[in-house]
Design a protein around this ligand. Structure first.
Ligand code: GLC
Length: 538
């Protein structure tokens, strides 16, 4: 069993503030709005709130483009509001972690504004500037949000690197002064009393020495192997850990793309002194981009559960602000929405790893779909659409394609009630509210003892009261393909989790005493579509 820690026993809840609750009618969620809703989060039973960025930002990428790390975006409120939120959360026993976005800054950050002025100024080396090669970009790396990861800056005649949008220039972590600035920002927030960080895109901070071309085919190639999980990434984490993290009782979770089990161990094994945990994405990437095969999902999750046990630690989520809602893309949000939402609650809260809920999942919110490109806000969606249309693609075909992967699917405003705009705002929401809020909302969930919300609440309570569900060994069981059956075993406690990942009725005899389940009762011989249950084996 891994050593006990509060951040392993905690259940976290991700707030996307812009879409959470708008207290002043400007159409945008805000910090006083979060304060107003803390009690219901406490009722749900979560212990840690992760706020996606609320810092000063031109909001090209909804706050993941920071122009001042020590200021609050006025759209969200003031620093006093933030301090108030922190105090109110702490008073209720809720911890607060912030998003630390230090792979890049906004192009409006004073460092970049200075950096681009001339080739020789103290801020030039804060970013990654290079000469072009034969009239083209310095190398053929493709970006996340643009075809090329480089933009030319005419003022000084060089290109700068941006893995994300051109308004998000990458910081140069090779420069020790940059690393010192990052430490200073982290300490400043810790001094304010926050309880940790989610480190954005953190395993992209170290680029391959010499920034080599990708040898694959094509003009621009998304070159993850040249800027992801580089050895220097681990050096930088160890340096930060020695200087700051190890001196605080805090939670650190890395958003790490393209991880293999060994990479996740490297970043989270306690003896390596880097981060507490890394988020896992292989399963979300699978159902987001590849398919809906139960066997494959089981294979991915089982490999991670067995690989990390006793060696590292993970943050587990099935939804976040970059992903579609799992109930819509792996569950069934038309016929079995309630059942499949509860099934994913059961899965999330019975795996090893710190569970992270994403706002709205606890009431069964579904993917948002908008009718025109103008209704989309996601920089990735909008940039790709523009690039494809400029390259001659049919606009409707381009729209269908970007809509199918848009990150706005999970970013629509929270459904508080059946009041206009789901009770999210009295103004005009910054992005469309999903019209199904009339049926799917918190008020209705609270009033119904069998709701998804109350199921999450009970599942969270069960996890917290059951060490085996937190620390126990994960032992997969033989079962028909549609079913995912595993045990969590710790000391003399043994629990069996049974999940029907399909919309079929499947023959199966469940052993043990049912502690919780998403149907009124589990029948002796068979499981209903998307049925889920936790059984104690005595
Ligand atoms: C992370 C964030 C995402 C953002 C990107 C760039 O992946 O989760 O929303 O666009 O980093 O900061």
């Amino acid at each position: 069993m891994s050593k006990r820690a509060w951040w392993k026993e905690a259940v976290a809840y991700q707030i996307y503030p812009k879409s959470f609750y708008d207290s002043n009618g400007d159409g945008v969620g805000d910090l006083p709005g979060i304060i107003a809703k803390l009690d219901v989060l406490k009722t749900l039973g979560v212990d840690v709130l992760w706020l996606t960025p609320v810092y000063a930002s031109p909001e090209v990428d909804n706050g993941y483009d920071i122009s001042d790390y020590q200021a609050i975006n006025p759209r969200f409120g003031t620093m006093t509001d933030f301090e108030h939120l922190l105090a109110e959360a702490h008073r209720r026993g809720l911890k607060v972690i912030m998003d630390l976005v230090v792979n890049h800054t906004s192009d409006q950050h004073p460092w970049f504004v200075e950096s681009r002025q001339s080739r020789d100024n103290p801020y030039r080396d804060y970013y990654i500037w290079r000469d072009g090669k034969e009239g083209r970009e310095p190398n053929n790396w493709g970006g996340h949000f643009t075809q090329s990861a480089w933009s030319f800056d005419a003022a000084t005649g060089q290109y700068y690197l941006h893995i994300f949008s051109p308004q998000q220039p990458d910081l140069n972590w090779e420069n020790p002064v940059v690393r010192q600035e990052v430490r200073r920002i982290i300490e400043w927030w810790l001094d304010k009393g926050i309880d940790g960080f989610r480190l954005d895109a953190i395993n992209l901070i170290a680029k391959a020495p010499g920034l080599p071309d990708n040898r694959g085919e094509g003009r621009y190639i998304f070159s993850i192997e040249h800027f992801c999980n580089q050895p220097r990434f681990h050096d930088y984490m160890q340096e930060l850990n020695r200087a700051v993290f190890a001196r605080h009782d805090m939670l650190t979770v890395g958003e790490c793309a393209d991880l293999k089990v060994e990479d996740a161990i490297a970043v989270s094994a306690p003896e390596r002194g880097e981060l507490n945990m890394a988020f896992l994405f292989e399963h979300t990437d699978y159902y987001n981009m590849v398919g809906k095969d139960a066997q494959k999902l089981k294979e991915i999750l089982t490999r991670w559960q067995q690989g990390l046990h006793g060696r590292g630690w993970a943050g587990i989520a099935f939804n976040n602000h970059d992903q579609p809602r799992v109930v819509s893309c792996f569950g069934d949000d038309s016929h079995y929405r309630v059942e499949s939402a509860k099934l994913f609650a059961t899965l999330l809260l019975t795996l090893e790893g710190t569970p992270f809920l994403f706002q709205g999942e606890e009431i069964g919110m579904t993917n948002a779909v908008y009718a025109t490109i103008e209704e989309y806000n996601d920089v990735q969606t909008v940039n790709l659409y523009r690039e494809w249309v400029a390259a001659g693609e049919d606009p409707q075909a381009a729209f269908e394609a970007v809509r199918a992967t848009s990150r706005d699917r999970g970013r629509s405003p929270y459904h508080w009630s059946a009041a206009p705009n789901a009770g999210f705002t009295t103004g005009r929401p910054w992005i469309g509210v999903n019209p199904n809020y009339i049926d799917i909302n918190l008020e209705a969930n609270l009033a119904d003892p069998d709701s998804i919300f109350h199921y999450y609440r009970k599942m969270i309570a069960l996890r917290k009261a059951t060490p085996a569900l937190i620390y126990g060994e994960f032992i997969p069981q033989e079962a028909p393909t549609q079913l995912y059956v595993y045990q969590r075993v710790h000391a003399d406690q043994r629990y069996q989790i049974v999940l029907n990942l399909s919309d079929e009725t499947v023959e199966y005899v469940c052993a043990g005493r049912r502690l919780i389940g998403n149907y009124p009762e589990t029948e002796k011989q068979r499981l209903q579509p998307y049925e889920a249950g936790v059984f104690a084996l005595e």
